[in-house]
Design a protein around this ligand. Structure first.
Ligand SMILES: Cc1ncc(COP(=O)(O)O)c(C=O)c1O
Length: 446
């Protein structure tokens, strides 16, 4: 069983929210194709040549070499689930153990670790979220942070009776919303959405009312990769006094985000996908400055208290983002992502998005040329402004072939019922690797 989206070790998934099987803009044309070898197929050869050209022209190409090579892996297409470690991650961790922990010992709490959840949050905010300092904190897991911020949000909305969530939202978001709704005596209402394009601002405007306390949405859909219109949707919700919480797991580090400029209230994201923090790396939470001192999260711990070492009888929350901490923050888990943030700073999120579009654009061409003739459907929007960092394709035999692909070192992931997600982490993936992986999918299918 696959416990989270980042550790798909079992290619027999049990995802309880099957993709709507209808969306497709491809028509199967040739159900009995000739067997293909990359070298023998003219379209494959041409795509490989163009990929090599694009790699030569790619201003960020050198970053690929900053990631640790993985023995036996020729195409890693799952950076949208679990980002690769950097070459220097092992040394960074070793230095941390030797120096910050091993030599400075407990003095490091005073010297840096007490502030790290906030300083690292600010760095993520500045480089990737469009968030001014003092609004982002690193702590907990995505699930726990979702619980804390959803609870804080509904507490700010007395008299309102429902949480609205996209019906196709990631399971953890839906389950947490279900629990928060139950705990607060609210109704959880599910907003249906188009499986290919997600929720629109017009649909949100129609669905929210003065009964709605909170709207919870994914910024980039974890299955289709569709980008939601954060600015318009947030504005439509605010028109009715509804607070909005965005899950940024699939967008942070892949596309520019403008939380402050879009007037977002709450956001949560993980750091093990495009921020390469490693399995189980802590989440981040964003709370707009204007809401912080009124918002109360429900897990009261000493690290979120105003006077951490006062050993008071009763809890009184800290001011600002510190109040969204609970217990001792997972400092060790914050080490690897710092190297990735250095790379993001060097490359710039705008350049990263340009590379991402180049990779997904080439992937779409390869899907059209090599997979569509085998009856593979496209489950990702085509328009560049609507697609995020991964491309999803569907075929009834994908579940069986993903296992074969993993064995030969081509690693996409499978999503129920029949989707392969081709995740193209911009700094660690080359155009050639992308085409090579899609050729391997074609070979396995044929
Ligand atoms: C959109 C989304 N939200 C939440 C999660 C997972 O939450 P957690 O980090 O608590 O496992 C994932 C995992 O891949 C995800 O894709």
């Amino acid at each position: 069983m696959t416990p989270t989206d980042q550790t798909p070790t079992d290619p027999t998934p049990t995802d309880p929210t099957p993709t709507d099987p209808t969306p497709t803009d491809q028509t199967p044309t040739d159900p009995t194709p000739a067997p293909l070898t990359p070298r023998a197929h003219p379209a494959a050869a041409e795509l490989l040549a163009r990929a090599a050209e694009l790699d030569r022209a790619d201003p960020l190409a050198a970053y690929v070499d900053r990631f640790a090579p993985a023995d036996g892996v020729s195409a890693y297409l799952d950076g949208n689930s679990l980002g690769r470690p950097l070459r220097d991650t092992a040394e960074r961790l070793a230095t941390f153990v030797r120096e910050d922990w091993g030599t400075r010992l407990i003095r490091s709490w005073d010297e840096q670790w007490m502030e790290l959840p906030l300083t690292l949050g600010d760095r993520i905010g500045e480089l990737t979220l469009g968030a001014a300092p003092g609004q982002t904190v690193v702590a907990d897991s995505t699930t726990v942070m979702l619980f804390k911020l959803m609870s804080a949000a509904v507490s700010l909305q007395p008299g309102r009776s429902e949480i609205l969530i996209e019906a196709a939202n990631f399971p953890t978001d839906r389950f947490v919303a279900e629990g928060v709704a139950a705990a607060h005596g609210l109704e959880l209402r599910r907003l249906p959405s188009n499986a290919l394009t997600g929720v629109s601002a017009a649909e949100v405007a129609e669905a929210v009312s003065e009964r709605t306390a909170l709207l919870v949405l994914n910024h980039i859909d974890y299955r289709s990769g569709a980008i939601a219109d954060m600015r318009a949707i947030t504005a439509a919700a605010h028109e009715r006094g509804v607070l909005v919480l965005w899950d940024l797991c699939h967008s942070v580090g892949a596309i520019p985000i403008e939380l402050d400029a879009c007037g977002v209230d709450f956001a949560v994201g993980c750091t093990y996908k495009y921020l390469n923090g490693g399995p189980g790396a802590p989440a981040f939470g964003y709370v707009a400055a204007a809401l912080q001192d009124r918002a109360e999260q429900p897990v009261w711990g000493w690290m979120g208290a105003g006077d951490v070492f006062g050993m008071r009888d009763a809890y009184a929350p800290a001011t600002g983002m510190r109040r969204f901490l609970s217990g001792t923050p997972p400092v060790l888990g914050m080490v690897p992502m710092q190297g990735m943030l250095d790379l993001i700073e060097g490359a710039g999120i705008v350049g990263i998005r340009a590379k991402s579009l180049s990779l997904t654009g080439l992937a779409l061409e390869a899907v059209d040329a090599l997979l569509a003739p085998l009856g593979v459907s496209l489950l990702t929007p085509r328009a560049p402004e609507q697609r995020g960092g991964h491309v999803t394709v569907g075929h009834p035999r994908f579940q069986a072939i993903v296992q074969e692909l993993w064995q030969i070192g081509v690693i996409p992931d499978f999503r129920h019922p029949d989707g392969i997600r081709i995740g193209l982490s911009p700094l660690s993936t080359s155009h050639s690797e992308t085409v090579h992986g899609i050729i391997a999918i074609r070979d396995a299918l044929s």
